[in-house]
Design a protein around this ligand. Structure first.
Ligand SMILES: [Fe+2]
Ligand SMILES: [Fe+2]
Length: 259
């Protein structure tokens, strides 16, 4: 099976860019399932039922999130109801939403797991211990597993790749919005990348208008941030998963959205 994974979609420009790029992405990568990180879909921060539905209408099958998932209170009920939108599994158990889901892909079952890093991000439990617990609960329920590891620090993300190598089809990093050049299949058969990058404007600073981000850095004063909208790029990876549930290949996706 072939999975196209799309990095953090930032605001309306990211959603519009993905919509424009989807026909070409489908032709180039022929995905059986599209998974996308949607934590920045609503106004650049957070997700709402409306933005999630827009992604589903574009053909996204599962939406993962991260540290901005609870930005919009009116989405909490939706997160509890939705079975194809997930938030980090290692958040408090009572918080809205779920940490993993299992979806049919052809005649196979793919488990999708979201985890948050614990270095420079808040998480209730260690992502490493949580990964073990979730994989244990998925045994017999999924033929292959894809993990979105939403984390800040490269060392924690590389460590997670080794922790999961040979046990999941893919361990894909998100959150920094900057793609890394280390996509590969690890020796045990897990497709890995430290960060897939974002789907949004390359003209800003990780999604924010560059003059506003620069003003904040220069003045060290609060600045209202708006979503940058020029020069939108699609960042992601395409992963091919073998019948044994491990990865055959991982290919980086770096594509300008059609104007
Ligand atoms: Fe993000
Ligand atoms: Fe994030």
């Amino acid at each position: 099976m072939r999975i196209l994974f799309i990095g953090d979609i930032v605001g309306r420009p990211g959603r519009a860019g993905l919509a424009a790029a989807m026909p070409e992405l489908r032709e180039r990568y022929s995905p059986d399932l599209v998974v996308a990180n949607g934590e920045n879909t609503a106004g650049g921060l957070g997700i709402t039922e409306k933005t999630a539905r827009q992604l589903f209408e574009l053909g996204v099958g599962v939406i993962t999130t991260g540290n901005h998932v609870y930005r919009h209170r009116d989405a909490y009920d939706f997160l509890d109801r939705a079975d194809r939108v997930i938030r980090p599994a290692n958040y408090r158990a009572g918080n809205p939403g779920r940490g993993h889901t299992v979806v049919p892909v052809g005649d196979r079952r793919l488990g999708v797991v979201n985890l948050s890093g614990s270095v420079q991000l808040q998480a209730a439990r260690s992502p490493f211990v949580e990964a073990d617990a979730v994989l244990h609960s998925l045994a017999g329920e999924a033929d292959a597993v894809l993990v979105d590891f939403h984390a800040e620090v490269t060392s924690e993300k590389v460590a997670m790749g080794w922790h999961l190598d040979g046990r999941v089809a893919a361990c894909l990093g998100t959150h920094t919005h900057v793609p890394t050049a280390d996509a590969r299949v690890l020796p045990g058969g897990t497709a890995f990348i430290t960060d897939v990058g974002m789907t949004g404007s390359r003209a800003g600073v990780i999604g924010v208008r560059r003059e506003q981000a620069l003003e904040a850095f220069r003045t060290q004063m609060p600045v209202k941030f708006e979503t940058a909208d020029e020069d939108v790029w699609i960042n992601g990876v395409a992963v091919t998963i073998r019948d044994d549930g491990l990865a055959e290949s991982i290919e980086q996706v770096l594509m300008a959205a059609p104007a």
